[in-house]
Ligand binder design. Structure first.
Ligand code: B16
Ligand code: MG
Length: 217
């Protein structure tokens, strides 16, 4: 019997990956590194500093920057990302998500957000979804996915045991994090990257609350 559903944000509730990509691409080009959309796939669900490390390694310059310089680079990227978030409106909620949240709540399910983003609250406000969920876990106090921290924090925030919850994710690191937390995972995306998911759906339009509940109960 599941009592709580923990959702990822980027790639599940909305598609902020494109803004992350634009902001990282600009920063990378400013320091002489070229990244493309294919490379961006491996940044999905990965925290800010870990994403920067991957980009620096990709450019072969991981040793060139001090800890302070890396923090400044990440901050520069975040300023650009936050500026791009001004474009976000309630129309940017992915298909099926509003109905899913509404149906889950009407059935008494507790809903939590388990995003790696420190901008999660800003994004949920821009989407007008803050009132539709019960708890937003704080990415600042969690180790990055694939560590289970953010999902464990979200379950705790809802007052539930991990085994009473399922997680929904679009990234491989996220599916691993859900499993490491002792929960079952719904993957949104393709089988090539999300084959470890317990239930795999191609996109959020296929996310039907009753079907998900019946699958896991
Ligand atoms: P921020 P999710 C993740 O969101 C993004 O997929 C990832 O690209 C980003 O680096 C990470 O949040 C941190 O975001 O820089 O805003 O703190 O998929 O876990 O909702
Ligand atoms: Mg995601």
């Amino acid at each position: 019997m599941i009592k709580g559903i923990l959702l990822d944000l980027d790639g599940v509730i909305t598609e902020t990956a494109e803004y992350h990509y634009q902001a990282w691409k600009q920063l990378a080009s400013e320091i002489g590194i070229s990244i493309d959309r294919h490379f961006n796939e491996c940044l999905k669900g990965v925290g800010r500093m870990d994403s920067l490390e991957l980009i620096l390694r990709h450019g072969g310059v991981a040793e060139r920057y001090s800890t302070e310089e890396k923090a400044a680079l990440a901050e520069r990227k975040n300023r650009q990302y936050v500026a791009l978030l001004k474009n976000l409106t309630p129309d940017h909620v992915l298909p099926g998500i509003r109905d899913f949240l509404r149906d889950a709540r009407a059935d008494g399910m507790k809903l939590g957000l388990a995003s790696a983003s420190k901008n999660a609250r800003t994004i949920m406000n821009a989407l007008d979804l803050t009132q539709s969920i019960d708890f937003i876990a704080d990415a600042a106090v969690a180790r990055s996915k694939p560590a289970p921290d953010i999902f464990l924090l979200a379950a705790e925030g809802l007052g539930l045991s991990p085994e009473d919850c399922i997680g929904i994710e679009d990234a491989e690191a996220g599916i691993k994090a859900i499993h490491a937390a002792g929960m079952k995972a719904v993957g949104i995306g393709d089988a090539a990257t999300l084959h470890e998911a317990d239930l795999l759906l191609g996109d959020t339009g296929k996310l039907n609350y009753n079907a998900v509940k019946n699958y896991f109960c």
